[in-house]
Design a protein around this ligand. Structure first.
Ligand code: SF4
Length: 94
């Protein structure tokens, strides 16, 4: 009986480790994928991004804007009142 207890504990902790590894496998690729996507975006300086509008043009009404502070093609964070050279107005933008 006393020899079985450590074995059971080992099996139990091994199961826990496997569970943790499996959980990490599910989390890590998603995190890496997210980081890669962000790294693949255009740098703000390359996009001539500015934190203020250019006339009526601003991120808030751009096709690439993802509320509250993201852009699909330029590295985050951006502000709704910002602007860059890739601005493209959404339909019915005001
Ligand atoms: S203006 Fe530029 S930074 Fe702003 S949402 Fe559009 S593409 Fe992104």
């Amino acid at each position: 009986m006393s020899k079985q207890l450590p074995r059971r504990m080992l099996i139990g902790s091994g199961g826990l480790a496997i569970g943790i590894l499996m959980a990490r496998r599910h989390i890590k690729p998603a995190v890496a994928e997210e980081e890669t996507r962000e790294a693949d975006k255009i740098k703000q300086s390359d996009a001539h991004y500015q934190r203020f509008p250019k006339g009526p043009q601003r991120c808030q009404i751009c096709l690439q804007f993802v509320p509250p502070d993201k852009c699909k093609i330029v590295q985050d964070p951006i502000v709704p009142q910002g602007w860059c050279q890739f601005f493209a107005a959404r339909e019915n933008a005001r």
